[in-house]
Design a protein around this ligand. Sequence first.
Ligand SMILES: [Zn+2]
Length: 132
Amino acid sequence: MRRKRDSSRGDPAYRDLARQRIVLLYRMAVEAARRGDVGYARDLGGLAWEMYRSTRARIPRWLKRGLCRRCHAPLIPGVTARVRLRSQGRRFSYVTVTCLACGWTRRYPYKTGDRPAPGGAAENAGKPEEEG
Ligand SMILES: [Zn+2]
């Protein structure tokens, strides 16, 4: 499939296409990592990240958080990432995500407690959907 038009990077259709590709690359990266092929997973993750950066496509937050910013490995809890919950006082807690491939660590604070959001926990929906 080759198209002649190449100068359409900024338009919404292109961004949408880019987003789909990013998600696809990320899924492939996750599969590769689960097979144990972390090197390949990093390559795919790197491609996904490059595409995200160059197109500014809108990608879901779980995907943004699901890639190591340093080595671009997909962060899968229990496989390529260690996820820990820490609490700090009563109102604030944070999630610590450590990339097991390169040791990169990131903390994501989240509010706990006093007001349960109506209609679900959209606030804390930063988790990748792949589980178990
Ligand atoms: Zn890493």
